[in-house]
Ligand binder design. Structure first.
Ligand SMILES: [Zn+2]
Length: 339
């Protein structure tokens, strides 16, 4: 039997309309030298009970970011369908081949999953995953939570984020949802390059998107995993899927969420030199315009003075490079401003 040319080539083993909890996978055709007629099996979990909204939660969009996969697998095992009203669709490892390889982008096709949307029906493995999510999962969703952290090369002060978008009603919903997540920081994020992101696909459908950056360095801490786990449950409660009160940071004896924004692209500090980066400020440091945030040393010329990188605006340093060996064009630092 031939598939209609508009049907995804990816198939799911779970029926998202069925009640109860179902573990299954997306089958993505991947015939290759090591496996003729083979496929990639990408795990997916659907939990449904009664009537209510649908929240889709994704982790492992980048394969070297671990809070999402850990927190979503724990939730998938723990959540009882009887606890919820509505539906939760969990994809702990959206770029499954990258997660299994511990790499940011897919080892199969070199594609960054968060630049692959809306995907292609008959494209590479990453493009087919994106196409399935775009055409079969996102239409089911009222909101989407995509859990990122810095991966092997970046480090962030943990934040939940939403974007400044044209639809102000949806933006207000996303802002409230990001705040309900209860991370140390809630950020109105301006992307360097938003085309091809799952975020943009969700927002273009008029749905609520919440993202996170919860740490980085290609590992986790007890704090960043706890932020992810609490945040997901808080978001489920915010959507009315879980009948519980969101745990605010204050209720947990922590300082309240700091609300921040990025007024302009000057929030980013980008390298123009290659060499060894020495951070001069730690995360959460307050900065004034002109403050040195770091400097690049030139190992081939020890006599040469380092190139100093300065903040182009005041604020708080909430992101930095985690790697020290820098090339021109690398991200060095992110400065956001308290609202
Ligand atoms: Zn990421």
């Amino acid at each position: 039997m031939r598939m209609a040319a508009t049907e995804p080539k990816v198939s799911a083993t779970v029926d998202f309309d069925r009640g109860g909890k179902h573990f299954g996978y997306l089958g993505i055709p991947h015939s290759r030298n090591e496996s003729g007629w083979g496929a990639v099996h990408l795990p997916i979990v659907s939990i449904k009970n009664g009537q209510g909204p649908t929240l889709v939660c994704t982790g492992g969009n980048h394969g070297d970011e671990y809070e999402g996969p850990i927190a979503l697998m724990k939730l998938a095992r723990a959540l009882d369908p009887g606890e919820i009203s509505g539906r939760v669709i969990l994809i702990p490892a959206l770029n499954y081949p990258a997660v299994m390889a511990g790499t940011r982008v897919s080892p199969i096709d070199g594609v960054n999953m968060n630049r692959a949307f809306p995907g292609e029906r008959s494209g590479t493995v990453s493009a087919m995953i994106a196409h399935y999510v775009q055409t079969r999962i996102l239409p089911l969703a009222d909101g989407l939570l995509d859990i990122h952290s810095g991966g092997k090369t970046l480090m962030f002060s943990p934040f939940a984020c939403y974007h400044r978008i044209a639809d102000s009603a949806v933006m207000e919903q996303a802002k409230a949802a990001a705040l309900a997540f209860g991370a140390p920081i809630s950020l109105e994020l301006v992307e360097l390059d938003a085309e091809g992101m799952i975020d943009t696909s969700v927002e273009e459908m008029g749905k609520v998107f919440v993202g996170t950056e919860l740490g980085g360095g290609g590992t986790t801490t007890t704090e960043t995993v706890a932020i992810a786990e609490t945040g997901i449950r808080n978001l489920l409660a915010h959507f009315g899927i879980l009948d519980e009160t969101p745990q605010t940071r204050e209720a947990r004896g922590l300082p309240p969420t700091r609300r921040m924004h990025m007024p302009d692209p000057d929030c980013y500090v980008i390298a123009e030199d290659g060499g060894i980066y020495e951070a001069l400020l730690d995360l959460d440091s307050p900065v004034e315009e002109g403050d040195a945030v770091g400097q690049v040393h030139f190992p081939e010329k020890p006599e040469r003075a380092p190139a100093v990188y300065r903040a182009k605006r005041p604020g708080t340093l909430i992101g930095r490079t985690h790697k020290a060996l820098i090339e021109p064009g690398d991200f060095l630092a992110l400065i956001a401003e308290e609202v």
